[in-house]
Design a protein around this ligand. Structure first.
Ligand SMILES: NC(=O)C1=CN([C@@H]2O[C@H](COP(=O)(O)OP(=O)(O)OC[C@H]3O[C@@H](n4cnc5c(N)ncnc54)[C@H](OP(=O)(O)O)[C@@H]3O)[C@@H](O)[C@H]2O)C=CC1
Ligand SMILES: CCCCCC/C=C/C(=O)O
Length: 506
C-alpha cells in the first residue's frame, strides 16, 4: 500500500475551491473563435469535475457542428489573410511570446492542471516547463523550413514545403496543456492555422491560456471549441475543409478518426495507446531498476500512453527485484495532488476508475496474484476522489487481456523471463508499439533490445523522458507520425515539386 499525504477532505476541498476561485471565472468558459469569446450556436453546457474532490470545477459550452464550421471558416480566413503571409521570423517571434507568457504564469497553469486533471503538482510543473520548451523549440524550427533542388540533366527540380492551411487537432485529458502545445506549436511554426478541441474532462488550462495570449495571436490563427468527442470532435475530424488532422487518444477512437479522414483523404497524425515493456536485464542493480520501474509505471498516476506497464524481470534477480520494487511503491505518497509531497493523485474521472477496477477484476478472475494495491483507497479524500491504489499483478499469462490491453491506470503487470528470444517475442506480442525501456549496464544488451523491440521510443536506464527535439510516436496500432521534433514540422507541411526544363545544353 502506498503511504498517504494529507487526507482530511474538508480542508482539501476548501483549499481546492479557494484556488479555483482565484484562477477561474465564475460563469461558463466560452469557445475562442476568430479572436472572439463566443457561446456558440447551442446552449448546452457541461461541467468539468475536479477528480480529487469530486466537485464541479468549471462549466464549458458544448460545441456543435455549426460552431466547428464557424471556427474552420475563421481559421481559413486567418490563414489566407494573415498567417500564410507571415514570415518565418514573424512566426518565430509569436511562438517565443507564447512561451514567455506561459513561463511567466507557469505556477498558475500547473495548479490549474492539478485541479482539472488531478496530477501531482510536482509533475504538473514538469508539464508546463516542457510545454514552454516545445514552444521555444518550434520557434527556432520555424526558421528551418527548407526545400531542396534535384538537378537531373536538362530538368531542374526544386521543392517547397507548404502548410496545409487549416489543421484540426484533438487532445486528451492526461497532459491537457502540454499535449495542446505539442500540437499547436509545430502547426503554427509550419504556417498553418488551427481549430483545436480539448478533452471534455480538462478544458480549463487551455482556455485560460488562450485568454492569456489572445493579444499576441492574429484573430483566427488559433481557435478552441470545447465539447464532447461525438458532438464536437467528430465534425472537426471529418470536416471537408480540414486537410490535416492530428489526434491523441485511444486506439479505438483513433481508428474512427482515420476512417473519418479517409472521406476527404485528409492527412493524419495519430498518437494512440500503448502497453510498453520495461525489461530488467540480469545485470541490473535491483534497487536502481526498481526506481526506474516505479517512475515508468506510476508517473502521472499511470495515465500516460507510454507508461511501462509490462515489467519483464530476469528470473535470476526476480526475488530481489520484486522486494525492492514493492518497497519503492510503498514509499509513494498518495493524497492531495496540490501537496508538494504527493506522488500519486486521483485518476481523471470516475469512468477511468471503473475501467481500471474492471481490469483488476479480470486479473482476479484469472487467479493472478495481486502483490500490492488492487482497489480504491478508503480514507478521507481518498475515498471521495477518484483514487486507485498503485497495483502490481503477477502470475498472469503474457497473453491475458490484462497483460495485453491498455489499462491507463496505476496497474503494473509483472512478468519473468529467462530466454532472450522468447522474452522479445512476448514483449512484441501486443497490438501496440509505442515505447519500451531497458535497465542494464551492458551496452550490447541495450542495443540488442533497442533493435529487437518494435516500438517508436526506447529508453535505456530511464523512462518517459521526452525533451523537445526527440521524435515521439508509435509503431503498429500506437499511431502514425512523430511529434515533438523536426519530423513533426514535415507532417504539418506538404511538399510541392517545381520541375523546370532548362533546355538541352544544361
Ligand atoms: N494515448 C493516449 O494518450 C490516451 C489514451 N486514452 C485511452 O482511452 C481510454 C478512454 O479515454 P477517453 O478520454 O475516452 O479517450 P478518447 O480516445 O475517447 O479521447 C481522446 C480525445 O478524443 C476525443 N474524441 C472522442 N471521440 C471522438 C470522435 N468520435 N471524434 C473526434 N474526437 C473524439 C475526446 O473527446 P471527449 O473526451 O471530450 O469526449 C478527447 O478529446 C482511456 O482509458 C485510455 O485507455 C485516453 C487518453 C489519452
Ligand atoms: C513528461 C512526459 C510527458 C509525456 C507526454 C507524452 C504522452 C502522451 C500521452 O500519454 O498521450
Amino acid at each position: 500500500m502506498a503511504s498517504h499525504t494529507e487526507t482530511d477532505s474538508a480542508r482539501i476541498k476548501d483549499r481546492h475551491a479557494a484556488l479555483a476561485d482565484s484562477l477561474l471565472p465564475s460563469g461558463p468558459l466560452k469557445h475562442f473563435v476568430g479572436g472572439e469569446w463566443i457561446t456558440g450556436s447551442g446552449d448546452n453546457t457541461f461541467e468539468s469535475i475536479n477528480p480529487t474532490t469530486g466537485e464541479a470545477l468549471v462549466r464549458v459550452y458544448e460545441g456543435t457542428k455549426e460552431d466547428i464550421d464557424r471556427a474552420v471558416n475563421a481559421a481559413w480566413e486567418a490563414y489566407e489573410q494573415r498567417w500564410a503571409g507571415a514570415t518565418p521570423a514573424e512566426r518565430q517571434q509569436v511562438l517565443h511570446m507564447l512561451a514567455d507568457r506561459l513561463e511567466a504564469r507557469a505556477e498558475d497553469f500547473a495548479r490549474l492542471e492539478v485541479l482539472d486533471n488531478g496530477k501531482p503538482i510536482i509533475e504538473a510543473r514538469e508539464d508546463i516547463e516542457l510545454a514552454v520548451d516545445h514552444l521555444r523549440y518550434f520557434a527556432g524550427a520555424a526558421r528551418n523550413i527548407e526545400g531542396k533542388t534535384v538537378p537531373n540533366g536538362e530538368l531542374h527540380v526544386q521543392t517547397r514545403r507548404e502548410p496545409y492551411g487549416v489543421v484540426g487537432q484533438i487532445v486528451p485529458w492526461n497532459f491537457p496543456l502540454l499535449l495542446a502545445i505539442w500540437k499547436l506549436a509545430p502547426a503554427l511554426a509550419a504556417g498553418n492555422t488551427v481549430v483545436l478541441k480539448p478533452a471534455e474532462q480538462t478544458p480549463a488550462s487551455l482556455l485560460t491560456y488562450m485568454r492569456e495570449v489572445e493579444d499576441m495571436l492574429p484573430d483566427g490563427v488559433v481557435n478552441v471549441v470545447t465539447g464532447s468527442g461525438p458532438a464536437t470532435g467528430a465534425p472537426l475530424v471529418s470536416h471537408e475543409r480540414v486537410p490535416k488532422v492530428a489526434f491523441t487518444g485511444s486506439t479505438e477512437v483513433g481508428q474512427g478518426v482515420m476512417k473519418a479522414a479517409a472521406n476527404t483523404i485528409s492527412d493524419i497524425t495519430l498518437e494512440l495507446g500503448g502497453k510498453s515493456p520495461l525489461i530488467v536485464a540480469p545485470d541490473a542493480a535491483p534497487t536502481d531498476a526498481a526506481e526506474i520501474a516505479v517512475d515508468a509505471m506510476f508517473f502521472n498516476s499511470g495515465e500516460c500512453c507510454s507508461a511501462g506497464t509490462r515489467l519483464f524481470v530476469h528470473e535470476s534477480s526476480a526475488d530481489e527485484f520484486v522486494d525492492a520494487f514493492l518497497d519503492a511503491i510503498g514509499q509513494l505518497r498518495m493524497g492531495d495532488p496540490l501537496n508538494e509531497a504527493t506522488d500519486i493523485g486521483p485518476q481523471v474521472s470516475r469512468t477511468e476508475v471503473e475501467k481500471t477496477l474492471h481490469y483488476i477484476g479480470l486479473a482476479r478472475d484469472s487467479d493472478a496474484d495481486i502483490l500490492r494495491g488492487g482497489g480504491t483507497a478508503e480514507e478521507g479524500i481518498l475515498a471521495e476522489g477518484c483514487f486507485v491504489e498503485p497495483t502490481v499483478i503477477a502470475d498472469i499469462d503474457a497473453d491475458n487481456t490484462v497483460a495485453t490491453q491498455e489499462i491507463f491506470g496505476p496497474v503494473e503487470v509483472l512478468l519473468e523471463w529467462d530466454d532472450y528470444d522468447e522474452m522479445v517475442a512476448r514483449a512484441n506480442n501486443v497490438d501496440y508499439g509505442l515505447a519500451a525501456g531497458v535497465v542494464t549496464d551492458d551496452l550490447s544488451f541495450a542495443h540488442r533490445i533497442a533493435a529487437d523491440i518494435k516500438a517508436g521510443n526506447i529508453w535505456v536506464n530511464t523512462f518517459n523522458r521526452l525533451p523537445a527535439g526527440q521524435p515521439f510516436g508509435g509503431y503498429k496500432q500506437s499511431g502514425i507520425g512523430r511529434e515533438g521534433a523536426m519530423e513533426t514540422l514535415w507532417e504539418y507541411t506538404q511538399t510541392k515539386s517545381i520541375t523546370m526544363d532548362l533546355g538541352e545544353n544544361q
